[in-house]
Write a protein that binds this ligand. Structure first.
Ligand code: BYC
Ligand code: FE
Ligand code: FE
Length: 474
């Protein structure tokens, strides 16, 4: 740990940056002890995992694969390559050169954005730390750990920015990122959804499908930032994020396929697929309803002056900002359907104030793609059932729809109707108990798979899915 510059894979000239090295020297041992305490439970010392490690920012060969013990994973610091001519792409400073340092007047806002982003990364590792113990296959276990180490690296990415550009405040924030704990009463993680433990694999696949996808959306928005080091850091994070999303998307697809298979074996009879150990479609739909709605809360309020300021100041843009025509967004309005005293009402919100809703809509389109994959499976099995996203007004805790109950179609309903029907829309304790009863034992033999899911189409790094991705020391 004497010269982190030499040991840490990076493309930020760490070896020639004594100031950053000194800051990291203090933080790294704390990171390692956090990982040891809060990383995957029971897989720290005696298991070697076949993992991908980022080793450069070259789009062709940015990662390599090898067996590593989790604590020995080589977390690194990578930024996408620099474009010397890059200018600010939106907001009041449109067309000016991007910043290589943090302008004093935006320091607090930028720090808060980076801290909020950074906080979710270790939070997700903490939430998922027990899932190795009830995995459906060795392949899935390996993917879980892959996601976990990369979320650890995403924390490093944000800590790199805090240490490099935010002085002693930044160093303090970097410490606190290791002190908050998911679900802790005194020092919880910042955003709501990241304080719930994830104990079963249906929740896990939904989380990587819907909550990691909020990560993708936020990173897309931050990768447009006028603060160039943030833009370049988040751009590289997105290359890793794609795999996290595929874990969720294909994970649910495999669950749906197993359900369809079991139903076909029962010859479409009226029998409950639970009697043969499958996860019934109504239960899957409830989990979709839950995870889509709680992930929408992560976008913040649909009407937000924070969001307007971030956009005006060039700190946070839109998903693929260059594809928009008007980068000022001063004249447009966003038509928002709300309720005033139970009557539908359309608010005309100035576009900049509606940027959280704009990002949420883009996220929704992206989520629909996953739903299409799952429904294609049902079509292939000749089934007429379909899974769908609930309306964005359903089950909201944050934002303009949180004041009123809504059903899955977005209709306003009374508290009493909600109480009567919510168990048909959201997983009940009994649903959870059932799902978890399927996962009481891990399946860890190569080539074996739990009964409630089908194997993936292919494995990792050109290997078969039944490859020995996790080796145990004798
Ligand atoms: N829970 O104007 P408003 C990921 C706060 S996931 C608790 O509505 P704003 C990942 C808000 O902070 C992506 N508090 O919201 C996924 C504000 O407080 P202050 C993470 C909340 O600021 C899986 C106040 O309410 N990245 O990477 O426009 C695995 C009023 O806020 C919540 C980011 O989030 C909530 N849900 O937007 C691993 C990007 N929502 O400032 C990783 C950075 C709002 O008044 N963060 N509040 O004290 C942001 O861009 C914004 O902070 C938010 C909120 C979009 C989160
Ligand atoms: Fe991440
Ligand atoms: Fe992720």
């Amino acid at each position: 740990m004497n010269q982190p510059g030499r040991e840490i894979p990076n493309n930020v000239d760490l070896a020639d940056n004594p100031r950053l090295q000194r800051a990291l020297q203090h933080w790294l041992p704390r990171y390692h002890s956090w990982w040891h305490d809060m990383g995957p439970d029971g897989f720290q010392d005696h298991h070697e995992i076949y993992l991908r490690t980022a080793v450069s920012a070259d789009s062709k060969g940015w990662a390599d694969y090898r067996y590593v013990k989790l604590p020995e994973y080589r977390w690194g610091i990578f930024l996408a390559s620099k474009d010397e001519k890059r200018t600010i792409g939106f907001g009041d400073l449109l067309g000016e050169p991007v910043w290589q340092k943090v302008p004093g007047e935006f320091r607090n806002s930028l720090r808060n954005l980076i801290v909020t982003q950074g906080d979710t990364e270790p939070a997700s590792v903490e939430q998922q730390r027990r899932l190795g113990k009830n995995c459906p296959s060795m392949y899935d276990m390996r993917n879980l750990f892959q996601v976990n180490v990369e979320e650890g690296r995403h924390l490093w990415a944000m800590v790199y920015l805090l240490h490099s550009f935010f002085g002693s405040d930044g160093r303090n924030e970097a410490e606190e990122l290791l002190e908050r704990r998911s679900g802790d009463d005194d020092k919880p993680r910042i955003l709501e959804t990241f304080n719930e433990p994830i104990n079963n694999w249906l929740d896990y696949f939904m989380f990587t499908m819907f909550t990691d996808r909020d990560g993708k959306a936020q990173l897309k928005a931050l990768s447009e930032s006028a603060f160039d080091p943030l833009a370049r850091t988040t751009r590289f994070m997105l290359t890793e994020e794609a795999f996290h999303l595929s874990v969720g998307d294909t994970g649910i697809q495999r669950v749906v396929e197993r359900t369809a298979e079991l139903m076909r074996e029962m010859r479409g009879g009226s029998e409950d697929v639970r009697t043969v150990g499958g996860i019934d479609l109504p239960t899957i739909q409830k989990y979709v309803n839950l995870w889509f709605s709680t992930s929408l809360d992560l976008f913040g309020s649909e009407i937000s002056s924070n969001a307007a300021n971030y956009f005006a100041q060039g700190l946070k843009g839109r998903w693929d900002e260059p594809t928009y025509n008007d980068h000022m967004a001063l004249d447009d309005v966003y038509r928002m359907e709300t309720y005033e005293d139970d009557k539908p009402e359309t608010l005309e919100v100035p576009m900049r104030k509606a940027m959280n809703a704009v990002l949420r809509d883009r996220y929704t389109t992206d989520s629909e793609l996953g739903l299409k994959h799952w429904n294609n499976v049902l079509t292939r099995y000749g089934m007429s059932d379909r899974l769908r996203l609930p309306h964005y007004r359903f089950n909201r805790i944050i934002g303009v729809y949180s004041q009123q109950r809504h059903d899955v179609d977005g209709q306003a309903i009374s508290e009493q109707q909600w109480a009567q029907e919510k168990d048909t829309w959201l997983p009940t304790d009994a649903d959870r108990d059932y799902v978890e009863s399927l996962m009481s034992e891990p399946v860890t033999e190569p080539g074996k798979i739990a009964n409630w899911i089908v194997p993936p189409k292919r494995g990792i790094d050109g290997k078969s899915w039944s490859y020995e991705y996790v080796r145990t020391e004798p």
